[in-house]
Write a protein that binds this ligand. Structure first.
Ligand code: AHG
Ligand code: MN
Ligand code: MN
Length: 331
């Protein structure tokens, strides 16, 4: 489009045609899934509300004393809730009230939740990833993965004990100076930034692809004597090559950097959870042209989980870097 409006907006340095998450979701539905029912769009809308609400609470966390231990009381006697609890409650309420989520798995809930309504999706979430960071002013995040319910299912554990490659959407939101949302619905990865004034996520990095190689490694090397010898050998090799170490200790932030700059992120021992940490990040990586495997080289998205809180080792990032690390795995 050209003309006077465009030239004025250019002079004023105002983009008058921004792509909000809502606009993006509707456009994607029309272009890549024109026969879709629109249910996934409604679900993504409920998710973005949860992210905005959590972001809002994190911004005011200090003011309202959300930081600290769950169960402690403030001066007026109100029970204070730790951010993990608030994030979990916000997420559960947003998914229940959307009326299109039937099953919810949350890191904070021992059992899965089956909502009474008639939803057709199952959502797995780590509502607050890295809550221990918040006291130090470091970012935290929310990770999520979405499955369509199995054919004929009325909502149960079998809807989520499935390989990650069957997810229909996944992503994370990182709450920092501003909130960033990385989203995939299986058609690449798009990164949005929350404009707090507008209250909208704006598309800032369309169709994000990470570089094939980059000399950055990210893992908790303090635990290296617990790693198999071949992982330790790999680390010795890349250090000889002068790789840089970058480790925030927050999966969302370490993956976010890896998506933007490339490199390799790993958690070689069993800590990270399959359904709501490994799977969503693995789908994002693959959709951005990278890869995600276990330390033995098995594709993360092929794992068949046996329990909702199962754990896995994980190595993800630039394709070339992941391949290079796998050369050390004994045949
Ligand atoms: P959570 O706060 O949901 O329990 O997750 C924290 C995770 C993850 O974000 C990060 O990658 C990892 O813990 C860091 O673990 P270490 O402190 O063992 O390195
Ligand atoms: Mn986590
Ligand atoms: Mn968590």
């Amino acid at each position: 489009m050209s003309g006077p409006v465009n030239s004025v907006s250019k002079q004023m340095n105002v983009d008058t045609d921004i792509i909000t998450l809502t606009r993006f979701i509707l456009q994607e539905q029309q272009t890549v899934a024109p026969t879709a029912t629109g249910e996934l769009s409604l679900l993504l809308n409920a998710l973005q509300f949860a992210f905005k609400f959590i972001a809002h609470n994190i911004r005011r966390a200090e003011l309202v004393n959300l930081i600290g231990v769950s169960g402690s009381a403030n001066s007026t006697g109100d029970v204070q809730k730790k951010l993990d609890v608030i994030g979990d409650e916000i997420f559960i309420n947003a998914m229940r009230s959307s009326n299109n989520v039937k099953v919810l798995v949350s890191e904070e809930q021992e059992d899965l939740i089956v909502f009474p309504g008639g939803g057709t999706y199952a959502v797995c979430t780590d509502p607050i990833d890295g809550s221990s960071n918040i006291d130090a002013g470091v970012s935290v995040g929310t990770i999520f993965g979405v499955y369509k319910l199995q054919e004929g299912s009325t909502g149960g554990i079998s809807d989520v004990l499935r390989p990650g490659k069957e997810m229909v959407a996944a992503g994370y939101t990182m709450y920092g100076a501003s909130a960033h949302l990385a989203l995939t619905t299986g058609h690449g990865v798009n990164l949005f930034t929350l404009d707090t004034q507008l209250g909208e996520f704006i598309l800032t990095h369309p169709n994000l692809k990470l570089p094939d190689t980059k000399n950055i490694y990210s893992l908790n090397e303090g635990y290296s004597n617990k790693f198999p010898e071949y992982v330790q050998d790999y680390l010795k090799d890349i250090k000889k090559e002068g790789y840089s170490l970058r480790y925030i200790g927050l999966m969302v932030a370490d993956v976010h950097r890896t998506l933007l700059y490339g490199g390799i992120f790993a958690y070689p021992t069993l800590k990270l959870r399959v359904l709501y940490e490994c799977f969503p990040m693995a789908l994002l990586m693959e959709q951005a042209g990278g890869s995600a495997v276990t330390i033995k080289g098995e594709r993360i998205l092929d794992i068949l989980p046996k329990g909702i809180h199962d754990k896995s080792s994980i190595v993800l990032g630039s394709k070339g870097e992941v391949e290079k690390s796998l050369k050390h795995v004994p045949k």
